[in-house]
Design a protein around this ligand. Structure first.
Ligand SMILES: Nc1nc2c(ncn2[C@@H]2O[C@H](COP(=O)(O)OP(=O)(O)OP(=O)(O)O)[C@@H](O)[C@H]2O)c(=O)[nH]1
Ligand SMILES: [Mg+2]
Length: 337
């Protein structure tokens, strides 16, 4: 119970499987409102059951096509599926979202499949946090497999992958040097490598190149497979779905699942704390006598060092930031400095 009737009502509807409520809840998250935060709080205890699978790779590698093909297979084996396409570049998102929707139209009409695209809105370091909160909400709605698609460029997208249990890195034959360089950063995070567009020349070579640079068998005994697929026809996707499920089973059997959950929890909490601190420090000034503003003046005048100032600001509880409570540096310290 969140204490907010409209939040509790929506949380209940989401848990009982209302697609409309789920869509609405995700809109709350995207808008970065207190209601969205309260909703995540209310649903968090009911999340944690879904197998979260991240799919990343260069733009146009066929990720959405692959997600659609995988979704069909998971549905055929009786699993419910949530899909979250995280678009890093909001200016282009309109088109990309529409494209994803059209291609997913056939699985999209299945009530056991929930598909959502999210754009970043430039939230303060928030893409990753919003994406993972969204996954929890979809998870609490009962989806057994949640697929997250992101383009594998940029720190945010790689970070989103760190929130998944199983990471698929999608490559295609005959990429240029720059894209190969991008891929190098992704090689070590892959649990499964997928070489898509195997109907094109050079797929064997790409598979061999990946196999040559793969890390050895992991500490928990998983050897990263490199699979050739043609997402557009479904060739090889059944083997891929089998490997995705095998990875989840392997995680559970070895205790690696709990270790990753722990790692994800730590990563999320640290990220969120950073976000809250950043938000606190950039909050609008309420009064003319704002301590931070005075302090910035002193830093500019070389009467206070940036580090002293930063440490002082961090030591203030948020509700007393422009008051005079000071565990470490005092108002007098600032005054004197
Ligand atoms: N030849 C061939 N084309 C494919 C294959 N899979 C996907 N495509 C095509 O590749 C293009 C891009 O596919 P998407 O699934 O949109 O790729 P994406 O990685 O999701 O793209 P972004 O989300 O824009 O980064 C489309 O025209 C697909 O039809 C494949 O296996 N073989
Ligand atoms: Mg896509």
């Amino acid at each position: 119970m969140s204490g907010y009737p409209q939040v509790d009502a929506l949380a209940g509807q989401i848990r009982s499987g209302s697609v409309r409520a789920l869509a609405r809840g995700l809109s709350w998250l995207e808008a970065d409102t207190p209601d969205g935060d309260a909703l995540v709080e209310a649903l968090y205890p009911f999340s944690g059951r879904a197998h979260v699978v991240g799919i990343t790779g260069a733009a146009g590698a066929g990720k959405s096509t692959l997600v659609t093909a995988l979704t069909r297979l998971f549905r055929a084996s009786g699993q419910t599926v949530g899909v979250l396409a995280v678009d890093p570049s909001s200016p282009y998102s309109g088109g990309a979202i529409l494209g994803d929707r059209i291609r997913m139209a056939d699985v999209g009409s299945d009530p056991a499949v929930f598909i959502r695209s999210m754009a970043t809105r430039g939230a303060l370091g928030g893409l990753c946090a919003v994406a993972r909160d969204a996954v929890d909400v979809i998870d609490a709605a009962g989806k057994e497999v949640v697929l997250i698609e992101t383009v594998g460029v940029g720190q945010d997208e790689v970070e989103i992958m760190r929130l998944a249990h199983t990471i698929l890195v999608v490559s295609v034959p005959g990429l240029g040097d720059d894209i190969q360089a991008m891929k190098a950063g992704l090689i070590e995070i892959a649990d499964i490598h997928v070489v898509n567009k195997a109907d094109k020349d050079g797929a064997h070579r790409t598979v061999a190149e990946l196999q040559a640079v793969l890390p050895p068998t992991s500490a928990y005994g998983w050897t990263t497979p490199v699979l050739s697929v043609v997402a557009s026809t479904g060739f090889g996707v059944s083997d891929l779905a089998t490997q995705v499920t095998a990875h989840a089973n392997h995680l559970r059997a070895t205790g690696e699942w709990q270790r990753r959950e722990r790692q994800i929890a730590e990563f999320r909490v640290v990220k969120l704390a950073q976000r809250l601190v950043a938000r606190r420090l950039t909050q609008p000034v309420h009064s003319g006598g704002d301590l931070a503003n005075d302090a910035f003046d002193r830093v500019a005048d070389r009467r206070l060092s940036p580090r002293q100032c930063a440490e002082t600001l961090l030591s203030y509880p948020s509700h007393q930031r422009d008051l005079h409570v000071r565990p470490r540096h005092s108002q007098e310290d600032l005054e004197r400095a």
